[in-house]
Design a protein around this ligand. Structure first.
Ligand code: 5RP
Length: 231
């Protein structure tokens, strides 16, 4: 089996705040109903929630169909023997995902793992949404603990840099895989650029600027969605 037994130890890094995340995952799994199509988020909290969901599906014989938000979660679903579909064939009745930051207006920064484009597609497509966050994710203003990831068409890196410096006075930086490995590439082939936020623009004005900047294909900024929080 690709990743051996799919338990907590299979997650590639040490999971922070794991006791809280485990409790959140258990509460999330209680929501599943027979026949649900569920969007499955990415990140460690979503992984724990997927394991809890798998346990319910297997023990109660539920029929649940998953729409994953990343190759990684897609493969975990397959290894767990869960049924998977796509947004081409179906729509989620509900979805769950983690977040890096949530502000008081429920705007979010997501995508630390680089899966933000598919995460945004599944989130937008879902009839109901649940965000799974421990208390460390709540911020007064976006950008306080995480930069905002941007998915940038590789040949537009300089164009995007120059436009954001001119509009915001802040230079985004290409996220490096370290050493000789070069820039981090998303599943869709975009380079990730990280943008530090200073709160000078509202989340919706910032989103408008970014999505009208040629070369920015996606961002980890989630604005204007309604969702429930389990924390
Ligand atoms: C991945 C994400 C994650 O949901 C976010 O980074 C939170 O991760 P974790 O649950 O590991 O704290 O947006 O793209």
């Amino acid at each position: 089996m690709l990743w051996g037994r799919l338990d907590e130890a299979a997650w590639p890094t040490k999971i922070s705040n794991i006791d809280t995340k485990r409790a959140i995952a258990e509460r999330l799994a209680e929501r599943a109903r027979d026949g649900d199509v569920i969007g499955i988020g990415s990140g460690s909290t979503s992984y724990l929630a997927l394991m809890a969901l798998r346990d319910r599906i297997k023990s109660e014989g539920l029929r649940v169909i998953c729409i994953p938000t990343s190759h990684e979660i897609e493969t975990y679903c397959a290894v767990m023997g869960l049924e998977v579909t796509t947004l081409v064939a179906s729509r989620p009745d509900w979805c769950f995902d983690g977040a890096d930051e949530v502000d008081p207006d429920h705007n979010m920064i997501k995508g630390r793992g680089g899966a933000f484009l598919r995460e945004q597609l599944v989130f937008a497509a879902a009839a109901q949404r649940v965000i799974l966050v421990d208390k460390s994710k709540f911020v007064e203003q976006l950008g306080l603990t995480h930069d905002l990831p941007l998915g940038v068409v590789p040949e537009a890196v300089e164009l995007v840099h120059d436009r954001l410096v001119s509009e915001l006075g802040t230079a985004p930086t290409v996220r490096s895989a370290g050493g000789k490995d070069g820039g981090v590439i998303t599943e869709q082939g975009h380079l990730i650029m990280d943008l530090a936020l200073d709160g000078s623009l509202s989340a919706s004005d910032l989103e408008r600027l970014l999505l009208t900047t040629p070369g920015i294909a996606a961002t980890g900024l989630f604005v204007g969605y309604e969702f429930e929080i389990i924390s």
